[in-house]
Write a protein that binds this ligand. Structure first.
Ligand code: NAD
Ligand code: UGA
Length: 457
């Protein structure tokens, strides 16, 4: 069968895999290949057990894999044989040299650009899907324009999916953003990409801009979302001092249609591979341009996030008579949010480490993230165990710290759990998802986030 378009994606991660699976699913006339340097990951994409857990992903991969969706390690062949190339490699925070701890580490992205240059035999559209600092496309162009035989048109097309709801977000996005140059070939490439999305996304949701606005809009979107979480978390601290209730405050504030009700859930802080990295990158860029006040403003979003996690531990310490030594604490959830197995930058990692420093024993349970949790905690000193079943995990524990808002935790039999725990038994609800009054009536001392505690003392 002759396919209408041949599309390559470099990087088979949380973005590349689901995004390309969705294009393949919606566009059976296109042939999509996803390549990666990580051969284990590619083998997993080609197996029954996909490398990432994402509701609805299995179904669309099963429907397309081997038909018009292919996962491979042949990067050279992939670049040679496809004329539309998405780049979806990781862009973590730099850990070394200039900008360490702040700037984006662009080594993976630059290697990819050089590979594209090396293996291309015909002109291509190269699409930045990774989140990149504003002006990165300029650098990409400087690398790719080092040949006279092949022409590369660079587009920016940032991805806005959230993990746990990736399939829903991809199927029904708020917007698709395409940044291009305002030249004849730039506008033509932009239309080629818009045509792909128009197979299932209404045209009015496919918006365009110049490349720099597109690159910057992605980082600013994440910064705004994270800022809302830090805003509500900052107010949760004040609620705990004043007997106000953060859920009531969120509801009242969020009903103002200018503010909106989403992303106002107080928590143990945001995690995930992107919010912190992207804000730090924004801070770095602002400092680079001498905008120190702007940098300080955005940096405070990350500081409040850290403060919220520290506060959670201090609240536990205070409530448990200022010592956690030899106390057994069960962590309900380790993923950075519900409906994913991803633990990158999960607040649970910091909280687990701090509890171990206090010489507590910890038991970690999570429906999907235990494999990653084991890897995150490998080599950390202290008593740690991993238990799949939450009832067994809580047995003989002095406290439960609820860290991920998995739906299953709402519906557990807390009487049964209470009966097997050491007394006094406490619950620290870092996500405010439990029925606090009911847990209190069972006998627990309950410490929600941003609400007055319910204790039997
Ligand atoms: P990831 O680490 O899950 O996947 C990146 C993949 O790229 C890895 O499998 C890695 O092996 C591969 N890779 C690196 N260098 C390569 C090379 N030279 N050739 C081939 N493969 C290479 O990362 P991710 O979570 O998918 O994120 C990718 C980008 O998308 C990042 O810039 C991120 O900020 C952005 N983003 C992520 C999300 C998300 O929810 N995770 C959402 C929107 C945007
Ligand atoms: C986020 C953005 O929502 C996506 O639009 C973006 O594409 C993505 O980052 C990215 O660039 O990687 P993600 O990190 O997957 O997506 O998940 P979110 O739903 O944004 O949650 C992030 C963190 O904030 C989680 O730890 C979550 O528990 C926390 N959160 C979220 C809160 O603490 N309170 C809230 O009200 C909402």
């Amino acid at each position: 069968m002759k396919f209408e378009k041949n599309i390559l994606c470099i990087g088979a991660g949380y973005v590349g895999g689901p995004t390309m699976a969705m294009i393949a699913y919606k566009c059976p006339r296109y042939r999509i290949t996803v390549v990666d340097i990580n051969s284990t990951r590619i083998a997993e994409w080609n197996s029954e057990e996909l490398p990432i857990y994402e509701p609805g992903l299995d179904e669309i991969v099963r429907a397309t894999s081997g038909k018009n969706l292919f996962f491979s390690t042949d990067i050279e062949g992939g670049i040679r044989d496809n004329d539309i190339i998405f780049v979806s490699v990781n862009t973590p925070t730099k850990t070394f040299g200039a900008g360490a701890g702040m700037a984006a580490d662009l080594q993976y992205w630059e290697k990819t650009a050089r590979q594209i240059l090396q293996y291309s035999k015909s002109s291509k559209i190269v699409i930045e899907k990774s989140t990149l600092p504003v002006k990165t496309a300029q650098a990409m162009e400087n690398i790719l324009r080092n040949t006279h035989s092949v022409y590369f048109e660079i587009l920016s097309n940032p991805e806005f999916l959230a993990e746990g709801s990736a399939i829903r977000d991809l199927e029904n996005p708020d917007r698709i953003l395409i940044g291009s140059q305002d030249t004849e070939s730039g506008l033509k490439a932009r239309e080629t990409l818009a045509e792909i999305y128009a197979n299932w996304v209404p045209r009015e949701k496919i918006i365009t801009s110049n490349i720099w606005s597109s690159e910057l809009s992605k980082i600013v979107s994440n910064a705004f979302l994270a800022q809302r979480i830090s805003s509500i978390n900052a107010i949760s601290a004040l609620c705990e001092k004043t007997d106000a209730d953060i859920t009531e405050v969120s509801r009242a504030v969020g009903m103002d249609s200018r503010i909106g009700s989403k992303f106002l859930n107080a928590s143990i802080g945001f995690g995930g591979s992107c919010f912190k990295k992207d804000i730090l990158n924004l801070v770095y860029l602002c400092r680079h341009y001498g905008l120190n006040e702007v940098a300080d403003y955005w940096e405070s979003v990350v500081k409040i996030n850290q403060y919220q996690q520290v506060r959670f531990i201090l609240n536990m310490l205070t409530a448990m008579f200022n010592t956690l030594t030899d106390k057994k604490i069960c962590l309900f959830g380790f993923a950075f949010k519900a409906n994913t197995g991803d633990t990158r930058e999960s607040p649970a990692i910091f909280i687990a480490r701090r509890l171990l420093e206090e010489k507590a024993e910890i038991v970690i349970t999570d429906p999907k993230a235990l494999r990653n949790a084991r890897a995150d905690m490998a080599g950390v000193n202290g008593k740690i165990s991993f238990v799949e079943d939450p009832y067994m995990a809580a047995e003989e524990c002095h406290a439960i710290a609820l860290l991920t808002e998995w739906e299953i935790y709402r519906n557990l039999d807390f009487q049964k759990i209470y009966d097997t725990m050491a007394k006094p038994a406490s619950i620290f609800d870092g996500r405010n998802i439990l029925d606090h009054k009911r847990c209190f009536d069972i006998g627990f001392n309950v410490y929600p986030t941003g609400k007055p505690p319910l204790t039997h003392f």
